[in-house]
Design a protein around this ligand. Structure first.
Ligand code: SF4
Ligand code: SF4
Length: 200
């Protein structure tokens, strides 16, 4: 169940490491900044990270997406969940989709909250914005995430029938990064290139 809430809503939320949100996965979509940041943390190249830990979901009408693999078990457990202690092995640099959990960004000011048991009384607890701000990447990568979301929607709308074009945009946006270099500045350059290509 998902409820819509505002950026300033009070909501009580406490993680007790039950690990439930890291099961039934295989759907954690990555931004390019996530790819660079996690590869750097694992001390491997972005190419190795993509090969070992992710799969690319290819669609016929929209831009492909890169998601974190799940284990080959009946629970579809995320490949990064340490089942001994139910902790994320890449917690410090986990994807923005995970660090925002249980919130899903709908637009600039509104979030949906997934009604998992750890979400409690909406009149208690911290404001959504305060909870999100605890993630160091929430603000530093916010502008790029917004631009990427916009570009992806534009490409999906405008180039629905141009499969080869979407493949080029996908490569520029997601592949060939250097895990040792700054994520935001690398992505910024790719976004400029894509805008030139799209003539916007
Ligand atoms: S479902 Fe809630 S309590 Fe359980 S690990 Fe996820 S965030 Fe924490
Ligand atoms: S990356 Fe970490 S937080 Fe995200 S689903 Fe996997 S184990 Fe859970």
């Amino acid at each position: 169940m998902v409820d819509r809430i505002n950026y300033v809503t009070n909501v009580s939320f406490k993680c007790n490491n039950c690990g439930k949100c890291c099961r039934l996965r295989g759907d954690i979509v990555l931004y390019p900044m996530d790819i660079i940041r996690i590869s750097n943390f694992l001390n491997i190249s972005c190419k190795e990270f993509l090969k070992e830990y992710t799969i690319t979901l290819e669609y016929s009408v929209i831009l492909s997406q890169i998601v974190i693999k799940s284990k080959n078990d009946k629970f579809l457990t995320c490949i990064f969940l340490d089942e001994e202690n139910m902790k994320c092995k890449i917690y410090e640099v986990r994807p923005i989709a995970c660090s925002n959990f249980p919130f899903i960004l709908l637009n600039e000011n509104n979030y949906a909250v997934q009604m998992v048991p750890c979400v409690q009384d909406f009149n208690k607890g911290s404001k959504v914005i305060d909870l999100l701000m605890q993630n160091p990447y929430f603000l530093s990568e916010k502008k790029q995430r917004k631009e990427i979301d916009k570009l992806v929607s534009l490409v999906n709308e405008k180039y629905e029938d141009l499969d080869w074009y979407k493949k080029i945009i996908f490569k520029i946006l997601y592949l060939g990064y250097n895990s040792k270099k700054n994520a935001v500045s690398q992505v910024k350059k790719r976004l400029i290139l894509i805008k030139i290509l799209l003539n916007i």
